[in-house]
Design a protein around this ligand. Sequence first.
Ligand code: ARG
Length: 480
Amino acid sequence: MTAPNATTEPKVGGRAESAPAPERSHKLWGGRFAGTAARAFEALNNSLAVDARLWPFDIEGSKAWAIALWHAGVLTLGESDRICAGLDAVGRRLADGVIATPSDEDIHTLIDRLLHAEIGDVASKLHTGRSRNDQVATATRLWAMDACRRLDVVIKDLQQALVERAESNVGTLMPGYTHLQRAQPISVAHWMLAHFWPLERDRVRLSHAAASAGVLPLGAGAIAGSGFPVSRVLLQGTLGFASRAKNSIDAVSDRDFVAELLFTLALGASHVSRLAEDLIIYGTSEFGFVRFGDAFSSGSSMMPQKRNPDALELARAAAARRLGDLTSMLALLKGIPSGYNKDLQEDKAILFSAVDATMLVIPAVAGTIRDLRFDTARMRAALDASMMATDLADHLVERGASFREAHGVVGSLARAAEEREVPITALSDETLHAAHRALDASSRASLDPDRSVARREVDCGTGPRAVAEQLAAARTALRG
Ligand code: ARG
């Protein structure tokens, strides 16, 4: 069988022209079995197509293990060096693409077979005091730590795209919506930055997920701890883990870090989905606030006029998939007894596909945002006078009314305008004054959208100075 080629990472790949003669079956556990495994079992049990991409991390872990075995007096320095050099050679073969055989049940088995082919029998000493249980946990954690770094880069770039577009739109006004009903005028930059901060929290969660992954399991063996006095401090330092698992049983079965990363991706995907949904709505002909560029839109095979925001729709769908990934993982974990169980092999398919998809979605959304055109005139035109009703009520409060009284007065004016099918600004000075004696012609100034925005300079508000400060805070966050 041939493991598939990777698009995002080096992987085990088949290349017909370099196919070696079939190598004899190489299992890590054959000794106690008289019969051979059924094909149906091997087909189910084989995880190479999924875990092949762990190879750089598995090799890194194995080299650290070879050094730890020398340090523990189990291997001579010469043996340890030969194993490390052999593992480097195996890495080169894997990077080039090798043909897997049916007995290569997972990446650990394949690397072991290739190591034997490289350096002969001394390879057999590498697995001393180690199990695939602590080995796979180590490689998966290293992979997850690396994935967190890669994810941080793309999320940061999406944030950067939002900041870039916000920067030139601090003074551009649009309607802010609650219940998808026009609520109050806001600055376009303020709306864009509303999507910046959730992503910033996602990056914090990502760093927590990376810290949870950064706990060394190696040395736990199959369940009880290695029978050889390896230095886990040495392993920790060599492999760059922040801490060491305290309990070997927990070490081989803890997949909390996978669930935490999947939660981070699920919540992050729902943030991106909400951003996508805003843009999809604002891009409809009915709203017309934004227009999608050619680079991230598709057309219709039938309707020549169509320009569809597919990247955003796929981002919205991705959130559904990530939610499924998280629930799959939690369901997988909840029922298994302590220690390693083969159920845990399935963690990687979930984890890898969630990370891969996120690495595709986020750059496409960032690109869509950079490619957008704002129709600022349409946004401005959508600011109807009723959206400043709160400002008129605030004005009455400034002139001595209680807010409750003011709310009632402005509510009655809004109703009167609605009945006459005119904007609130079209009501006469007499009508205003009749509604409340403190209202007069000068009160109309409070129905101006620019004034409405300008008086919201509370920090976190949509006022231009507050938004400029918010932008500065966003830029500072991106430097961190
Ligand atoms: N391929 C396995 C996994 O991903 C490696 C660990 C196998 N351990 C075992 N006891 N069979 O979980």
